[in-house]
Design a protein around this ligand. Structure first.
Ligand code: ADP
Ligand code: MG
Length: 270
């Protein structure tokens, strides 16, 4: 087992090429859960839509600096990070400026590694860094994947949500071999409705196919979770007793424990 200081920060990318699968909700609530348990957490919003930024009550149109400035290599991560109302939790915000970075990066040498470099400069300040990816597999998602120890794929337990999954897996394998980087990937089922036979069937089929890569932790569908962003408050604070909030809290605990014990796959899923 690695020593605590060698192992940290744990860097987790939250990605899926589909939109609306619960990436941002997972990033925001997992980040909050980990911060509430005393970890120093940084959440990087990598989506030009800025949903994670808004979820903490920031006004996207009034940001002085954003993650765009990090990709433009004009500012370091720490100087762009904003403290949130959650203790121990900072956010690197995003807005539509980031769409420009996707274009500008195309002519930059080593463009896949800009975020990894930037994060290494801030590594000592944080125990956990979460990367909330946009709903595509462009250069921003490549940057996140190259930088992470763990790739978490939130998947809605619905028939069509499986459509893009083989493409995503192919993409993961390609980035892994091209960038000569290694990371585990795990699937988190979100908006799960236990009363629906289909949800259960999809869970079973996924576990048959991907075994330990599919987390036992499942996030149930909850109206309170969906309401929270418009309040500028993470669901886990807005409605802590809610089942989805409790599952995010448990996921944070399990994730941290298994990461420190270097058993992410075996411990989380068995
Ligand atoms: P993504 O970042 O993958 O696009 P979001 O996290 O923004 O997905 O979620 C998509 C929509 O689903 C949002 O309106 C969000 O509030 C809602 N949502 C996410 N998780 C849940 C949940 N567990 N229960 C109910 N609604 C949810
Ligand atoms: Mg999102």
């Amino acid at each position: 087992m690695r020593g605590l200081t060698d192992a940290l920060p744990m860097i987790v990318s939250i990605a899926n090429n589909k939109g609306g699968t619960g990436k941002t909700t997972t990033a925001v609530n997992l980040a909050t859960a980990l911060a509430q348990s005393g970890r120093r957490v940084l959440l990087v919003d990598l989506d030009p839509q800025g949903s994670a930024t808004v979820s903490f009550g920031f006004d996207k149109s009034k940001l002085l600096y954003t993650v765009y400035d990090v990709f433009a290599q004009s500012r370091n991560i720490e100087s762009v990070a904003l403290d949130t109302k959650v203790e121990n939790l900072a956010v690197v915000p995003s807005n539509l400026d980031l769409a420009g970075a996707e274009v500008e990066l195309s002519s930059v040498r080593g463009r896949e590694y800009v975020l990894k470099e930037a994060l290494s400069g801030a590594a000592r300040k944080y125990d956990v860094i979460l990367l909330d990816c946009p709903p595509n597999i462009g250069i921003l998602t490549v940057n996140a994947i190259v930088a992470c120890d763990l790739l978490m794929v939130p998947l809605q337990a619905e028939y069509y949500s499986m459509d893009g999954f083989p493409t995503l897996l192919k993409f993961i394998r390609m980035v892994k071999s091209r960038a000569k980087t290694d990371f585990d990937f795990i699937v988190l089922l979100t908006m799960f409705d236990g009363r629906m036979g289909l949800s259960k069937r999809i869970q079973r089929e996924l576990r048959e196919k991907f075994g330990d890569h599919v987390l036992k932790n499942v996030i149930p569908r909850s109206i309170r979770m969906a309401e929270a962003p418009s309040n500028g408050t993470p669901g886990i604070i807005y409605s802590p007793k809610n089942k989805a909030s409790q599952e995010y809290a448990k996921l944070g605990k399990d994730l941290m424990e298994s990461f420190l014990a270097e058993t992410v796959l075996t411990k989380l899923s068995s």
